[in-house]
Write a protein that binds this ligand. Sequence first.
Ligand code: FAD
Length: 361
Amino acid sequence: MSGVLDVVVIGGGQAGLAAGYFLRRTPLSFLILDDGEAPGGAWRHAWDSLTLFSPAEWSSLPGWPMPVPQGGGYPPRDAVVRYLAAYEARYALPLLRPVRVGAVRRGAGHLLVEGADGRSWRSRAVLSATGNWGSPWIPDMPGRAVYRGRQVHSAHYRRPEDFTGQAVLVVGGGNSGAQILAEVSKVAPTTWVTEREPVFLPDDVDGRVLFERATERWQAEREGRAPAEPRGGLGDIVMVPPVREARARGVLSHSLRPFASLEADGAVWADGSRVAAGAIIWCTGFRPALGHLAPLGLPGADGRAQVGPEGRATAEPRLWLLGYGDWTGSASATLAGITRAARGAVAALSEALARDAEPPG
Ligand code: FAD
């Protein structure tokens, strides 16, 4: 164990890197711990064809704009991974990888950050930026154990060819569900199952517009007024080119509400109707990856930690949470939105540490 650091950042995805950028501009000592084998955070694990739903100019971390891909268009997954790798090198961020943090515990005057490999670090503050990808969520559906087909969460889905010729249930009405359905329906018969009727955004609304709307909501909240922009959330379906192409084939026009249970070879609805399926792709989202905070009594039953302004944990004033979703800061789980959240969290954390260091009196 080393001396006491000012800040340990857990997670070296876009949120951890943005925090690193702002921490570099303070006198604080800090270290970023990331369990990935290589840079890129969750983007390394996304499916092969994934592209951003915003142009590069609207997907940048603080300080250095994301390079615009040759020929324009929305950047593909690999371009985001390259950008994040170049970003951490450019700012020479102090990163240790791979280090899996197993636990954060309270110590005397510090937090103790324990690596799963036995190493540990003492820190005056901890910034948790572990994202959601590590915690895929599947609803607890009766019969899941008896179903004999293949089940894959979108976190582990790679390419449509893996499902060629199988009857596939695609479960989930968000962007992952729509995009995966769009490409799997080219090689396999598909049935789309969504909680409610899917919400499609107008064709000219992309991540850029969604971010502007999120900003307006954030601004309105701070000023105590009703937001002026129309609703339309980051979860609604963006009509990226493959999804538009699927719409033209009629694939998006029919979806079913959730089935009641699974049986060996498919799904059964409450009215007794059945759909046979050789595979299910669960596009049912994620929970925050917060297992390392269990010794601090977090997260709560909803899988989240209660936070105050700038993502400071209510249960532990030396802990900040960054990224994850709107609950830690508006649009903080997007490339465009993380700058504002990271700047706020680092400013709040620096101020708190400076106050702590002041002599009493
Ligand atoms: P992550 O990228 O998940 O990074 C967290 C890092 O922490 C990872 O490297 C992880 O391995 C590591 N980690 C986790 N637990 C531990 C631990 N215990 N110890 C050490 N390290 C740990 N956003 C956009 O802006 N534009 C888009 O077009 C867009 N498209 C998306 C499409 C899909 C299908 C999805 C799911 C998300 C999309 N997003 C998009 C959202 C968002 O940008 C990502 O989810 C983003 O990866 C969140 O970044 P993060 O740094 O918070 O988390």
